[in-house]
Ligand binder design. Structure first.
Ligand SMILES: C[S@@+](CC[C@H](N)C(=O)[O-])C[C@H]1O[C@@H](n2cnc3c(N)ncnc32)[C@H](O)[C@@H]1O
Length: 204
């Protein structure tokens, strides 16, 4: 298995997980998926999550990746879509605000916050045969807990640098606790994400 990312910190996190014994015989390579080194070879499956939505031209990126598929190989991608953001329960104003900050930040950085719904078409246009297409609403409840506070804290420097929110507005030290309290009190699920997944095959 080969893990690829442009970010050294993402690769370091992946190496740590692999060292936990969760993955055997993995190698991790710093590279851009728009132009993987030829020497990297071909793969029977290429899997990615929330990565095509950040590419300037996702269709070209998919084409470039197909060049690294074995004949008959598969591409499996899951990409998010901010379509649920406007529909948050009214008793969760903090959740709604924080989620909107996150999507605004991604949009200002050039990410396509409506990419999830385009994933199927991108795979088809790339000439792949789609064998499975699904969309799943990801709900957070008191039972499931929520990663929103953690994710927003991790994104705080980017939110500030994009002018989406100030450090004072984010209030990172207390954010997770405030979100937890709101989730516990609301009695309704929080609509965290709409995740679109596509499994596609190269026809031989
Ligand atoms: C939102 S994170 C998703 C991480 C992980 N796949 C997940 O679902 O939790 C997007 C990741 O894609 C990486 N990335 C973005 N553009 C890339 C590119 N052109 N080539 C390789 N990695 C890229 C970023 O560095 C980041 O680690």
């Amino acid at each position: 298995m080969t893990g690829v990312d442009v970010s050294e910190s993402a690769l370091a996190a992946a190496r740590n997980k692999a060292d936990d014994g969760r993955v055997s015989s993995a190698r991790f390579v710093r590279a851009d998926i728009n132009g993987l080194p030829q020497g990297m070879g071909r793969f029977d499956v290429i899997v990615g999550r929330r990565v095509l939505m950040y590419q300037k031209d996702p269709a070209r990126c998919a084409d470039a990746l197909i060049g690294h598929l074995e004949p008959g190989g598969r591409m499996i991608f899951q990409e998010s879509d901010g379509m649920l953001s406007p529909f948050q329960p009214c008793r969760m104003p903090l959740h709604a605000k924080v989620l909107a900050w996150m999507w605004d930040t991604v949009a200002r950085e050039g990410g396509d916050v409506r990419f999830g719904r385009r994933l199927y078409a991108v795979m088809k246009t790339a000439g792949l045969s789609v064998t499975l297409a699904r969309a799943e609403a990801v709900l957070h409840t008191p039972e499931s807990g929520s990663d929103l506070g953690w994710a927003a804290k991790a994104m705080a420097p980017r939110m500030v640098s994009e002018g989406v929110a100030t450090l004072e507005e984010i209030g990172a030290e207390t954010l997770e606790e405030r979100l937890r309290t709101e989730l516990m009190k609301s009695g309704e699920p929080f609509f965290r994400d709409m995740a679109f997944g596509v499994c596609a095959e190269m026809t031989v």
